[in-house]
Structure formats: structure tokens, C-alpha cells
Ligand binder design. Structure first.
Ligand code: DAV
Length: 398
């Protein structure tokens, strides 16, 4: 007589509090702070500055050194970024965290679908943008730039392996979007818009992407156990948020937005949970009062993040100086902070965290910081309920 496992008795227990880790369990991560055991770290190989396309152009600041240039990044900068990413991977491995790496494609080649053509792809330094891990599921995001439409392919060898080894893993892919011109607002492309106008548009939730079809990047989503917090902005539209809500039926999905960011893409340089009950928020992009209520009413503290140590991003970088707060939490007492970000490190130290300095600034231009260049595979812990008395904000229609 063979005793049945909990899964066999009740398959719906998988991923729930009652689920005990077995050696076949590869994928499990419910939030941003439980102890990290297995992670994907990106690579810089072959990263391109993508050719102009509607949504990307809207993100490149008007005075950026990237305007009017595209193609592969130089070998020196790629080598340096890879050195830093490799060092970061080694550091994680020394702490007992398993690290996997993606398989880069030749990004310097045109891609197309029946609807569009793009001159180049992007790269695979930031897996966080593409892969969303929720419990035993890894979901490939729709993405919202044409140059990133095929990026999931870099992660397929890993996902295939996890899927083969872990009988409970769910490998999901959101519907590939068509990304025709109807997905983008043309008037967002003008060089002459200016920051004041952009801020007004952000405040009014008028973004470069339309509501033609569901769009989201995985880096717009934060996981708080049973609650998913999703930024509505350039890379994620309301239809995308609604899709996430329908897909994760047992979760509560909360749409948030951050006036104050003229280029709102990805939530992870804006709003960063550090541990249960504590979030640091970009002081230039504060969560509006009525949206803070959800967290504060449930005992979560939202504090201003420390100032970045730099006045400007490194050369040819899409992201802002606020990658300072793009930290990777290893467990509720330990956090990786970029080595030069002394103010952010100091703040987290004062908050009682052990801060591990990690040099990464010379890799920022390849797709972001320490949170961006990683994607969770396994964190200890089970599904917990973060908010007990919340009212769900309804997703408004447009
Ligand atoms: O502030 O430029 C960067 C986020 C990258 N994943 C910013 C957002």
C-alpha cells in the first residue's frame, strides 16, 4: 500500500499553505521578500539599443543620448555588464541561492509578424520584465514593445527544464498582442511634448498605450501573497490588468498609478516592498492618498525612499536615477543594494536590514537594476493573506 501524497488526495492543495516542499518542486514564489532559494539572473550578451518604435520612443527622455541611434551596444560595455552580472550571480550562489541564466538570441536581427516589422530586438538582461512567478506558475507577459515580442524565447530553455522536472509547475503565456499602430497613441511621439504636459497626462492616466488589447510587462506587478499590485502606465494598460485579474482568479488584483513619473514603466523603481508591512515609495512618485489607504488600513507602512546617489543615469540608459531603490530582497532581513547607492543602503541599514552591496551601475543601461536583472524561481513560504479588511478598487473602464 502506497500512501497518497497531499497532492494526490486534493490537487487543489498545490501551492497552498498545506503544501509541503518536495524535491520535485522547482517553482514557488508568492511575494517579494520570503527567503530566496532559486533565481534567474539576466545576461548582457548582444543587447541592442532598439530601433525607433511607438511605445519605446515615448519612454526615451527628450534629451537622452539614445535618441536617433540604434543597434548593438559596444563590446566593452557588454563585457563590463556581463562581468557585473556574473559577479552578482556568484555572490548569490555563495549564499546558497541557485542561479540560472537565460540563453541570448541574436538580438541584432529584424523580426516581424503579419502586423509589423522591427529592425532589432532588445536583449535578455532584465528577466523581471518578462517573467511573472506566482506560486507554482511562471507566466510570460504580453510585453508592449515590438522589439521585446520574442524575448520570452531566451527563457524557454529554462522554463522547459522546470516544467519537465516539476510536475506541478504551470507554464503560462499571456495572449501575444498584435501591437499594431492601434495600440499606441501617435501624439505621444512628439519631441515637443515637454515634461509638464507628460506629468499632466500621467496624472490623468493618459498613457502612450491605448486599450486596444491587453498589454502588460511583468515588472509592473508586485506580489504580496494573495494580493497582486499592478501599475497602470506606459507598459501595462487597464485591459492588461483585467486580464491578470481574470487569470489569477484566486488573487485580489489592485491597480495603482503614480502621478509624478513622466515616463511610468515598471513599478520596481517606484514602489518596493522590503518585508511584510514595509514599503519604500519614490518621493517623486508618491502613491495617491486614496490608494495608500488600502495598505495603511491593513497595517502596512509606506515611507519615502532615500535619495539616489547620482544626479543622472549612466550613458545610454533608459531607466531613471531611481534604480537606487530597485533592490533585491533575499529574505526579510537581507537586501542587495547597488554599491554606489549609499543613501539607499544607509536607510535600509537603519531599518534593521543587513545590506549587501552589489556593484551593478555599469549594467543599468542594459535593462535596469538588481530587481530588474533577476526573476524569482523559488522563495520559501506559502500563500499568505496580506490584507484582511480591504475593499477592492474596481478596475474602471475607459
Ligand atoms: O525609474 O526609469 C525603471 C524600471 C526598470 N524596470 C525608471 C523605471
Amino acid at each position: 500500500f502506497k500512501q497518497k501524497t497531499a497532492y494526490e488526495i486534493m490537487p487543489s492543495l498545490v501551492g497552498s499553505e498545506m503544501c509541503i516542499r518536495d524535491s520535485n518542486k522547482i517553482v514557488n514564489s508568492w511575494n517579494e521578500w520570503d527567503p530566496l532559494k532559486h533565481v534567474i539572473v539576466g545576461r548582457a550578451d548582444g543587447t541592442c539599443i532598439p530601433a525607433p518604435e511607438p511605445a519605446l520612443d515615448a519612454k526615451v527622455p527628450e534629451d537622452s543620448d539614445m535618441r536617433g541611434t540604434y543597434g548593438p551596444r559596444t563590446k566593452d560595455t557588454v563585457d563590463k555588464a556581463n562581468e557585473l552580472l556574473n559577479n552578482f550571480s556568484n555572490l548569490l550562489e555563495k549564499r546558497g541561492i541557485k542561479v540560472d541564466r537565460p540563453t541570448p538570441l541574436d538580438f541584432n536581427q529584424p523580426t516581424s509578424t503579419p502586423d509589423w516589422k522591427a529592425e532589432t530586438m532588445f536583449g535578455c538582461m532584465p528577466p523581471r520584465d518578462v517573467l511573472l512567478t506566482v506560486g507554482n506558475e511562471i507566466l510570460e507577459a504580453t510585453m508592449s514593445y515590438r522589439c521585446r515580442w520574442f524575448e520570452y524565447l531566451c527563457y524557454r530553455p529554462l522554463l522547459k527544464d522546470y516544467y519537465n522536472k516539476d510536475p506541478n509547475m504551470r507554464h503560462e503565456s499571456a495572449p501575444k498582442p498584435r501591437l499594431t499602430d492601434a495600440d499606441y497613441r501617435k501624439d505621444y511621439l512628439s519631441d515637443k511634448i515637454g515634461v509638464t504636459k507628460r506629468l499632466e497626462w500621467t496624472e490623468n492616466k493618459y498613457f502612450v498605450t491605448t486599450e486596444e488589447e491587453p498589454l502588460f510587462d511583468a515588472a509592473d506587478i508586485l506580489r504580496f501573497g494573495k494580493d497582486l499590485v499592478v501599475q497602470h502606465g506606459f507598459t501595462t494598460n487597464l485591459k492588461g490588468i483585467d486580464w491578470i485579474k481574470r487569470h489569477f482568479k484566486d488573487h485580489r488584483v489592485h491597480a495603482v498609478n503614480f502621478p509624478g513619473d513622466p515616463y511610468p514603466i515598471h513599478i520596481d523603481a517606484t514602489f518596493t516592498p522590503i518585508k511584510e508591512g514595509l514599503i519604500i515609495n519614490n518621493p517623486q512618485r508618491r502613491l495617491p492618498k486614496e490608494q495608500r489607504k488600502l495598505f495603511e488600513d491593513n497595517g502596512w507602512e509606506i515611507i519615502d525612499a532615500a535619495q539616489p546617489a547620482h544626479n543622472t543615469p549612466p550613458p545610454l540608459c533608459y531607466s531613471s536615477v531611481w534604480l537606487s531603490m530597485n533592490v533585491l530582497v533575499l529574505d526579510p532581513k537581507t537586501v542587495c543594494v547597488e554599491k554606489s547607492e549609499k543613501y539607499q543602503a544607509e536607510q535600509l541599514d537603519k531599518l534593521g536590514m543587513e545590506v549587501i552591496p552589489v556593484e551593478l551601475r555599469d549594467a543599468y543601461a542594459f535593462g535596469g537594476g538588481l530587481h530588474c536583472c533577476t526573476a524569482d524561481v523559488y522563495r520559501e513560504g506559502t500563500l499568505t493573506v496580506s490584507y484582511t479588511h480591504l475593499t477592492l478598487p474596481t478596475i474602471c473602464s475607459v
